[in-house]
Design a protein around this ligand. Structure first.
Ligand code: NAD
Length: 261
């Protein structure tokens, strides 16, 4: 499956843990060459790179802050210098800050927006310029969330950023469709990664999250990575501008599960 991915070159932002690591592992299994970006956790990124190479792919790790143009340029440079090209850019890096909105500082609002929304813009812009210059039918995947659709009180900056990612994805998918560039988003539900470690360590919060998932369980990072592999490959060749929800049914209004309402 997805044999066309062999030898393709991908950049994955935020790849030192969680979903980003799972995507790099999956791409490694397809013998792709991967630039694994990390912000501060070089050890995690190196472990992800080792897995890629054990699986038959190639990998380099690159420190960069996705909220900066220099950071994104460094990732592109690493792809071209090490692997000679760029085919797939995965804007995966993200973070969240919990705060009642009336107490949310401008600094924290800007921090979330700069990584989760502006970081996606900068990554996509960097990739689009490369694709344009080289006449490439490239592929961009943006990590959104069920919260591009489901409001999330006390996480308004995160929900605003992901809502922005949704419309940004659709808009550039349309803008570059005639160039053969495909742009899609993935909307994970509740996935077992470090971003949720504290919450899921608390049994009450864990059970409460599971109760919002019709499939009755938390998702695995590999299940999100499977969607990224499909979107990156030619198997999804007629798909652009979508958000692929990988959420066990979380976006299906589970409050109506038993016929309420
Ligand atoms: P995670 O915290 O395990 O990983 C996030 C990664 O992003 C980390 O490697 C972190 O270092 C990196 N990062 C943060 N700021 C960065 C910056 N400025 N520059 C470069 N890298 C940076 O979280 P995860 O669950 O693997 O999340 C990955 C993506 O999936 C995020 O965009 C997140 O919003 C999204 N998501 C996750 C879930 C979930 O339940 N885990 C649900 C919906 C969406």
């Amino acid at each position: 499956m997805y044999e066309d991915l062999k030898n393709r070159v991908a950049v994955i932002t935020g790849g030192s843990k969680g979903i980003g690591t799972a995507i790099s592992e999956r791409f490694g299994q397809k013998h792709m060459s991967v630039v694994i970006n990390y912000n501060s956790d070089a050890t995690g990124a190196q472990a992800a790179a080792d897995k890629v190479e054990q699986n038959g792919g190639k990998a380099v790790i690159v420190q960069a802050n996705v909220a900066t143009e220099e950071g994104n340029n460094a990732l592109l440079k690493a792809a071209v210098d090490n692997f000679g090209d760029l085919d797939v850019w995965v804007n995966n890096a993200g973070m969240e800050i919990k705060s009642p909105t009336h107490e949310l500082s401008l600094e924290d609002w800007n921090r979330v927006i700069s990584i989760d929304q502006t970081g996606v813009f900068l990554g996509a812009k960097t990739a689009l310029n490369y694709f344009k210059e080289h006449g490439k039918k490239g592929n961009i995947i943006n990590m959104s969330s069920v919260h591009e659709q489901i409001p999330w009180p006390t996480f308004s900056s995160y929900a605003a950023a992901k809502g922005g990612v949704k419309m940004f994805t659709k808009t550039i998918a349309m803008e570059y469709a005639k160039d053969g560039v495909r742009v899609n988003a993935i909307g994970p539900g509740a996935i077992n990664t470090p971003i949720n470690a504290k919450k899921f360590a608390d049994k009450e919060q864990y059970d409460q999250t599971v109760s919002m998932v019709p499939m009755d369980r938390i998702g695995k990072p590999e299940e999100v990575a499977a969607g990224a592999a499909w979107l990156a490959s030619d198997e999804s060749s007629y798909v652009t501008g979508i958000t692929l929800f990988i959420d066990g049914g979380m976006t299906l209004y589970p409050a109506f599960m038993n016929g309420q309402g």
